[in-house]
Design a protein. Sequence first.
Length: 662
Amino acid sequence: MSPPKDGRRRVVVEGLAPEVDCGRFPVKRVVGDTVEVRADVFADGHDVVAAAVRYRHERERRWREVRMRPLGNDRYAGTFTVDRLGCYRFGVTGWVDGFATWREQLERRVSAGQDVRGELEDGARLVDAAAGAAPASAAADLAARSDLIRAADADEAVSAALDEGLAELMHEHDPRPNAVESADLVTVCVEPQLARCSAWYELFPRSLGEDGAHGTLRDVEAALPRIAGMGFDVVYVPPVHPIGQTKRKGPNNTPESAAGDTGSPWAIGAAEGGHTAVHPDLGSVADVRSLAAACAEHDMALALDLAFQCSPDHPWVSEHPEWFRHRADGTIRYAENPPKRYEDIYPLDFECEAWEALWEALLEVVRFWIEQGIAVFRVDNPHTKPFAFWEWLIAEVKRDHPDVIFLAEAFTRPRVMERLAKVGFSQSYTYFAWRHTKHELEDYLRELTTTSLADYFRPNFWPNTPDILTEAMQVGGRPTFAARLVLAATLSASYGIYGPAFELVEQRGLRAGSEEYLDSEKYQLRAWDIDAPGSLAPLLTAVNAARRAHPALRANERLWFHGIGNDALIAYSKHTADLADIVIVVVSLDPHHVQSGWVDLPLAQLGIDADHPYQVHDLLDGETYVWHGPRNYVELDPERMPAHLFHVRRRLRSEQDFEYFA
């Protein structure tokens, strides 16, 4: 084994955090975040080591730096702020701090009454070395301080050597001989705030027509004030493209369709065009541009569905048959998930000989819609396409459009979902729909928020989707819908609903044991009476208003679960780092019976004085309660409201005279 290039480099830098797979994939943050970097930095012997974080944006040439502070046990931490979209890179530098080591030893010798004249000369030389590399103004100050250390009066020399001002100067201008860089740089992908926190509303434009007529994108525009009024951030529409006629599905996914049946929007492509065309009954590409602009006027974003598959009538089938898989008889394979058969859809062959041309064509589809004003995409079944494809496509898009957000609609195995997040998806669908018990919810949320997943996997909780109407929602009625809404919107910074069906508590399943809706909008038009009694719109409005008013609900980092002594109730809180905003949530998981319990709160950790009462204000019904101490009683009647969403108001003076933190 050959010796190292420079054996004088004694410092070890390892254990960098945050990082994903040893830096293979980016860490995710949003604009304005503070990134805390931690690392193990140490050396042999007893010398004092120092460390710094070096970082820069991908479009910057100059590295910036922040010194790291010791945490104990050779662990160091330093922070920097990411203030622009795109990628940052950071690494850690470690070195033996010769002056700090000398100063520490000098203090001990002075305390022991030893003669330190020789040591003072050593220190002066260290200061001279720093002066030689420092800017002129600092060099002059350092040189003057070196002269003081060489002063004839020993007491004056020691005082000058141990002066805090000198320590600060040397801290700043240490020449760092034999510094060591961390082995690799870590990338931080910085996205818009919407990537972290968003409330999604999904609807089928074709169901918005009057008197049973086919709805249009203009009808969606007309609905925007109502959706914005409920406080949503994203309006998501399924594919807007022409729908194939061949093997078109009928109502309730029947294999045969009749004249007038609308078919599935996910059977993309017909004579009118493919992935860059709009179904003529919906409108035109210009209408998509208009809808995107109208959403922006209401402080919302328009999300389009990105489904990379084709109907048998898609132009690509005849123009590029090489992009599809063929059977032995030469016919193109339709999609299957045995025993299910999707004869109205042809999957693309990402392993075909012409894969590069296929990939470029799909990238052009995304670029086309970005040019129309779309910056948010919900991607259908990304787990059925190669990871390498998504990593390439998302990187290509974000190189020119770092504001674009991709949501992965993948309900599949955990490692597959995680890999999709690693390769670039901004947000991810989750298993929330199937987590119902307190134990399931607490375990799942701890996994999402306290493990390494938190650095790259951003959950988006959906109680329902056009594909998912769980058994619990089919049998639990309105209380279950309300409870699942509060859970989704407060456990996760991002959540979504399949809108009209959720608002109107649509709970009719296709058949026992099925999660499909009866008369699903995926295959037919539906007429929704948005103004029907019992709508959940007021609750949606209250929940979204709470999310907007309380920053504690707009992040996942500080989620704490609390004891409540009843497995039918779940209690948790979220708070900001400075404890200025604290929200406590209690939800009943029983839709049929009144449930009660005693909430246990760690008052000291929440900054609440245990010796005085404090107010909690319910953001759902407007009621205010005075609580005392760490244990307080709650009772929930699911027929009235299955949840409390408390904002903590901390007492400052007397029980009759409260002041409140905003």
